[in-house]
Design a protein around this ligand. Structure first.
Ligand SMILES: [Ca+2]
Ligand SMILES: [Ca+2]
Ligand SMILES: [Ca+2]
Length: 415
């Protein structure tokens, strides 16, 4: 009887292990993107301004373009790609699709009539502000990547004034689908944000913001909460290796050829992050998604893996209970890239004692002076503390000559 019970128990355990290991595959479909102003593409491309063509090392140029041609360099597929744009009489774009720095071997791309003006979108995707400049849209354009692959991109030229246009390069399509996990359906999308030609490359701290992005409608309200000040409520984040949904963990693997997404339930290994000071807060990007750490809640148990602090805050209480905050948001210092090992503790100390770092860049008779406040872990804070939600006046400075005479007294500007 006992052995029967043991056998039954073993069977149950085996079934549980099998249930955990079963991977499920969900189809993804290719969805064309013509508007880069969607949350998933917020980190894509950026804007490239015109640059002097003598700096580009071009071996050949397209003929008969006249004087009004402007040259650009865009980051695509782990390298840079040169573009030439002539706005008039009919907009033409040349792209060095084979990366040989020769534009004379390229076909011109023509654009349909410019899109009508519309109001620009703010940080959270709401329509606000003045009308955007007219946009001239090209593509899709197939570009050979550094590793011999192909990246399909679109290029939008935005004119801010006569003779001045900015280029925005973004992926021509995303992969979208619906997965069912824990009995619940979730809409997911993946963008080859860095235009490498490879989808869903998991987050690596060293790549910074040039990483592929994923969105998931986690709360299933039909909208995607963009990345911003929303911390871990954000539904857009760098593609993780593992993701938590409904308190369980899943490994995501993309099959870009089919295309399909494999989802497999796993038991991840955990480690600990200890920031010591109870007043330290952090927003982390990692290969296990976004983590928001709040003051007084640490140390934190987190999945083992790669991390990058994209925002650090040191909070202090001043007189009358006022809350002061120093904010570091430029991925600086030891926490810009770090690892949490399984069953081990990663320790960092941020915030005071602070040191200041002044850099002076002189060009001709102009000097650019930059002040940074540096914390214990090498993290750089903007030089003005926040009290509540208000940033305090920026620090003042004086430039004195050898005799101590004040040559200039002014204050730093934020930026
Ligand atoms: Ca070429
Ligand atoms: Ca990619
Ligand atoms: Ca949502």
């Amino acid at each position: 009887m006992a052995s029967l019970r043991r056998a039954a128990l073993a069977g149950v355990l085996l079934a549980a292990v099998c249930a955990l290991a079963a991977a499920e595959q969900f189809p993804l479909e290719r969805v064309d993107v013509t508007d880069p102003d969607v949350p998933l593409l917020m980190m894509s491309g950026g804007y490239s301004g015109p640059m002097p063509d003598r700096l580009l090392g071009l071996k050949g140029r397209p003929e008969g373009l006249g004087d009004e041609v402007a040259y650009y360099m865009a980051h695509i597929g782990g390298g840079t790609v040169v573009l030439a744009y002539r706005p008039k009489p009919e907009p033409l774009l040349y792209v060095d699709t084979d990366g040989d720095l020769d534009l004379s071997d390229e076909e011109p791309h023509k654009a349909p009539a410019p899109k009508p003006q519309r109001r620009s979108r703010g940080l959270f995707g709401f329509l606000s502000g003045p009308p955007e400049p007219p946009a001239v849209a090209f593509g899709p354009i197939a570009i050979r990547t550094k590793d011999g692959g192909q990246s399909d991109v679109r290029v939008t030229m935005l004119s801010f004034g006569p003779g001045e246009a900015f280029a925005r390069v973004f992926p021509a399509y995303i992969l979208s689908g619906r997965i069912t996990v824990g009995g619940r359906p979730y809409d997911v999308s993946f963008a080859d944000t860095d235009c490498s030609g490879r989808f869903a490359e998991p987050f690596e701290p060293g790549k910074g913001y040039r990483c592929d992005m994923m969105s998931i409608d986690r709360d299933r309200d039909g909208h995607v909460m963009p990345f911003g000040l929303t911390g871990d409520r954000s539904e857009v984040f760098p593609v993780p290796r593992i993701i938590s949904l409904g308190n369980r963990w899943y490994r995501l693997t993309i099959d870009p050829v089919t295309p399909a997404l494999n989802v497999e339930e796993i038991e991840p290994e955990f480690g600990t992050l200890d920031l010591g000071d109870a007043m330290a807060e952090a927003d982390l990007w990692s290969d296990s998604g976004i983590h928001t750490l709040e003051a007084g809640q640490g140390p934190w148990r987190l999945p083992a893996g790669s991390y990058s602090a994209i925002r650090l805050r040191h909070v202090a209480r001043g007189e009358a209970g006022k809350e002061w905050m120093l904010i570091s948001s430029n991925r600086s210092g030891d926490m810009a890239a770090f690892t949490i090992e399984p069953n081990a503790t990663a320790r960092f100390r941020i915030g005071p004692p602070l040191t200041d770092k002044v850099t002076v860049m002189a060009a001709g008779d102009t000097a650019h002076i930059q002040l940074k406040i540096v914390g214990q872990a090498g993290e750089e804070y903007s030089a003005g503390a926040y009290c509540g939600s208000e940033q305090q006046p920026s620090p003042r400075f004086r430039i004195v000559d050898e005799a101590g005479e004040v040559l200039l007294s002014d204050k730093f500007e934020y930026g």
